[in-house]
Write a new protein. Structure first.
Length: 439
């Protein structure tokens, strides 16, 4: 065990020993009669703990003393009720700040860990369950399903105590997780609101005209699954291009239908979360796919996701294809790492690889679209769609800056290009513009 690890463990043990010692001393000391604590008392104590941890950091368990000792310590039901109330209030504020269930789950998993994720998922399910299902937008419901947020606990008891039993978690640890989560919510930056808040959505009058045909979706997913499983880059690229061609043809058929029926064009926004490291380079791959599908991208590099704006069907295509290509790019990168036997400059090589891969993929996708875009019947509806996307972009992101990424490894650029196409594209290998905007 390294010196730093030993020191950290020793510091944590010292903090825990002090916490237990203070608790024993407080319980042994004579106390003056006082009014019994109320729910408001517990709510205030929990809020103080969260604010203190947000300001001071350290071991979150140290901030649970007021909740686990003294008169609140012998009234766990009161504290659990406070957890229910405070977390539901905090989540309602988070939703008003533009965050969605999947966003919160991804950030909790990254910052607080897997155990915290199980608790927060349940807290989200409890909060959204307050609203009638008909008033919760369908994409909200899809995201709840994505993160497995569902009510499993008894309604006649508070959630936290039941969660402790289910996950075999001690009291101090459970409350520490709550404190950590509440502190995190205090620091979340506001995001654009892209879906109706729970309780405000209205039932759709009918199927959305931009929904992907299930048969087409099944064929595309089959092609992408083969692309992700093959060990041959050329085959993976061909299958991905075929999937893009199929989706593009489907999208343009829908666009022609819109033109014939004079359907007004509208734009929407989604978020695609990316795995670290190389968030910026991976965002460029999403941007290449989005650009080929008439969408715009904004990168939240520090948070780890991209916002994509476009027509609903174009967003479906972008999300589906980007997710698959990210898997393929990562696998191709791992293969070159294994085969090359490189040492040193690993980060520069990998980032350059991913940028080259993204650039070439963008070119291939654009080539796939060229014949269809040449159809004059599509031009008016695509022009209206472009205006709708631009208007939403300006509304949601009035202040953005362009971001470029330098390519510092010629070997990485070459390997990335080969992985995408096995051809020399004749591009400048000293730098590449990321081509997307960053908030």
């Amino acid at each position: 065990m390294g010196k730093n690890n030993r020191e950290r463990r020793a510091a944590k043990k010292k903090a825990r020993d002090r916490m237990y010692r203070e608790r024993e001393e407080s319980s042994a000391a004579p106390s003056t009669p006082s009014a019994p604590p109320t729910l408001d008392t517990a709510v205030d104590a929990l809020a103080r703990a969260a604010r203190a941890f947000a300001a001071e950091g350290g071991d979150p368990a140290e901030h649970t003393l007021e909740l686990t000792g003294g008169e609140l310590g012998v009234r766990p039901q009161l504290v659990d009720a406070a957890v229910d109330l405070v977390t539901r209030t905090a989540l309602a504020s988070v939703w008003r700040g533009g965050w969605l269930p999947y966003d919160v789950a991804r950030l909790v998993e990254r910052r607080l860990g897997a155990q915290a994720l199980t608790l927060v998922t349940d807290l989200i399910a409890a909060q959204v369950a307050e609203y009638a299902a008909a008033t919760v937008h369908e994409r909200w419901q899809e995201q709840l399903a994505q993160i497995d947020a569902g009510v499993w606990w008894r309604a006649d008891a508070a959630l936290l105590g039941q969660w402790q039993v289910r996950h075999r978690c001690d009291r101090i640890k459970a409350l520490a997780l709550v404190v950590e989560f509440l502190a995190m919510t205090l620091e979340l930056p506001p995001l654009p609101v892209i879906l109706p808040l729970p309780g405000t959505a209205r039932a759709a009058s009918g199927a959305h005209h931009s929904a992907v045909d299930p048969k087409i979706l099944g064929r595309v997913r089959g092609l992408l699954a083969k692309a992700e499983s093959t060990q041959f880059p050329e085959e993976a690229e061909a299958l991905s291009a075929k999937a893009q061609e199929l989706m593009t043809r489907h999208a343009f058929e829908r666009a022609l239908l819109d033109a014939e029926t004079h359907v007004s064009q509208a734009a929407a926004s989604r978020r695609i979360w990316l795995d670290a490291p190389y968030i910026g380079a991976k965002a460029q791959l999403v941007n290449s796919v989005a650009d080929a599908n008439r969408c715009k991208v904004v990168v939240y590099e520090k948070l780890g996701f991209v916002a994509v704006l476009g027509d609903e069907l174009d967003l479906d295509i972008t999300e589906l294809l980007s997710t698959s290509l990210l898997v393929q790019a990562t696998r191709a990168l791992v293969a070159t790492d294994r085969d090359s036997g490189r040492t040193g400059q690993v980060r520069n090589y990998r980032q350059s690889f991913l940028l080259a891969y993204a650039t070439r993929i963008g070119q291939r996708l654009a080539e796939t679209n060229e014949p269809a875009v040449a159809d004059d019947r599509l031009l008016p509806v695509l022009a209206d769609r472009s205006k709708a996307v631009e208007a939403l972009f300006q509304e949601m992101f009035p202040r953005t800056v362009n971001k470029s990424y330098a390519v510092r490894s010629e070997a990485g650029w070459g390997a990335g290009t080969s992985a995408a196409d096995r051809a020399d594209l004749g591009l400048d290998r000293t730098s590449v513009s990321a081509g997307e905007r960053r908030n």
